[in-house]
Design a protein around this ligand. Structure first.
Ligand code: ASP
Ligand code: MG
Length: 460
């Protein structure tokens, strides 16, 4: 029996009829059995704008957005010459979109719950079209496999944190074996939606922006797939962002641990949560470009052949450093607990941390997380200082905390750039530090030159 492959195609791979057919060719060649797709490129943003303008009572603007979304999908439908049945499905979705927008307009309220249903239309529309593209490609190749359009909400059970719902892994596994147990017989190609799920009570949820990768990984875990393929518009994961540093090279292979650090610390190719299900079930993940499927792409897996000291680096902009100081911390216990409790109460996630005897500094990913109430709560227990316009640079590799001289090499390469905070020690795969935002890109270029371009490691 062949391998069970779950694939995901992102928004740009769904951009128009041509993109869809190209992506369908890729999944045919790979032999994918379950394909999760994103909304067509730009549609999720449009749906969010639709919800917001309808809520703000700007109906003519909302109507414009409705027309834009509809025409985009009608054009693809026409180019693919879809069946009457699929056309009907699409019309039903258009109607739902119009009614939902009108409802939001009348109620002047677009709650996260309403927004999730509205956003789900993007993936529900694109999957109808992609199923048609897939069917065309199978017929063209004389395949006897049947395409089945599957509503992922049947199996993708989540909690009710609308806007960023949590997948309920146990329930999903049971539902997958009930509803998708036939996948291994290899007779059907199932096309479904990324990004969306459903609560036990039947409310539609979404997994957070860019969540289709994560959906595909959850499905791969649910059906116990052999391989998870993430098809996007770049040929895999690069040693750093090529827009920052043109010398960036593709990485052929990277371990789960390194890739998790890389995704969390700024590389945009994979949604940070994607690897969790793959790691839990030890499912190798391939990241490739649907536009250039001959390019080698990147394999992310548990065991890899080479273990370079520095394999990749990432830059995360718009970081905020919050420093809390109080003499009460001298020899006291429980101070960190109090601080973390406050961040936890505000559901704000902390990334890097350093401490001294009477101060603690933490970094946050986004200044909008830092609301007045959070600062006032923190001010109850310590003096609070906030610094913005910082960038976090992370070097990802192996044995980082056991390599003499590494720090010297790093800081010599950027000796004229001030380093505001350093985090080292917790992981042998990550060394990260903060610099001023306007020096971040330069620092990455120099470090890339020092560790990757000049390195002896063969990445390609
Ligand atoms: N369509 C969703 C978004 O744009 C999910 C995804 O593309 O992964 O965020
Ligand atoms: Mg996307």
């Amino acid at each position: 029996m062949g391998q069970l492959i779950v694939s995901k195609f992102g928004g740009t791979s769904m951009g128009d009829a041509e993109c869809m057919l190209r992506s369908a060719e890729v999944s045919f060649r790979q032999g994918s059995s379950l394909i999760a797709v994103s909304a067509t490129s730009g549609t999720t943003n449009d749906l969010i704008a639709l919800g917001k303008t309808a809520e703000a009572q700007v109906w003519p603007e909302a109507e414009k957005i409705l027309t834009k979304i509809e025409s985009r999908h009608r054009k693809i439908a026409e180019d693919l010459q879809i069946s009457g049945e699929s056309q009907k499905k699409l019309e039903v979705l258009f109607e739902e979109m119009n009614s939902l927008a009108k409802g939001v307009y009348l109620l002047r309220d677009c709650s996260t719950k309403a927004m999730d249903t509205l956003m789900s239309l993007g993936e529900r529309m694109s999957s109808v079209l992609f199923a048609e593209a897939m069917g065309r490609v199978l017929t063209k190749h004389g395949s006897t496999k049947k395409v089945e359009l599957f509503d992922v909400r049947t199996v993708l059970r989540t909690d009710d944190s609308f806007g960023k719902a949590k997948a309920l892994t146990g329930e999903i596994a049971t539902l997958c074996s009930q509803h998708l147990g036939f996948l291994r017989d290899g007779k059907r190609v199932v096309v479904t939606q990324g990004f969306i799920g459903m609560t036990e009570d039947g409310f539609t949820t979404t997994l957070g922006r860019g969540g289709s990768d994560y959906s595909a990984a959850i499905l791969a875990e649910g059906v116990a797939a052999d391989v998870l393929e993430i098809w996007t518009d770049v040929a895999g994961i690069a040693t750093t962002d090529p827009r920052l540093c043109p010398q960036a090279k593709p990485i052929r292979e990277i371990s789960f641990k390194e890739a998790s650090e890389l995704a969390t610390f700024g590389a945009k190719v994979l949604h940070p949560a994607t690897l969790l299900p793959a790691i839990r079930k030890n499912i190798p993940v391939f990241v490739g470009s649907s536009f250039d499927s001959e390019a080698k792409g990147t394999w992310v897996r548990k065991d890899v052949e080479d273990h370079p000291l520095i394999r990749a680096m990432a830059l995360r902009k718009k970081q905020v450093l919050v420093t809390l100081s109080t003499p009460e911390m001298l020899h006291a216990h429980g101070f960190l607990f109090q601080i973390f409790k406050i961040f936890n109460d505000h559901k704000v996630s902390i990334d890097a941390i350093t401490t001294s005897e009477i101060s603690v500094s933490v970094t946050l990913d986004d200044s909008t997380l830092l609301n007045k109430k959070l600062i006032s709560d923190l001010s109850q227990i310590a003096e609070v200082q906030v610094e913005e316009n910082l960038s976090l640079i992370s070097l990802i590799g192996n044995n980082i905390n056991h390599t003499p001289g590494l720090g010297k090499q790093i800081f010599e390469a950027i000796s004229d750039i001030n380093v505001r905070m350093i985090c080292l020690g917790a992981s042998k795969h990550n060394f990260c530090f903060l610099v001023n935002e306007d020096q971040g890109a330069e620092a990455v270029r120099r470090l890339h030159e020092c560790f990757i371009e000049a390195g002896t490691e063969e990445m390609g």
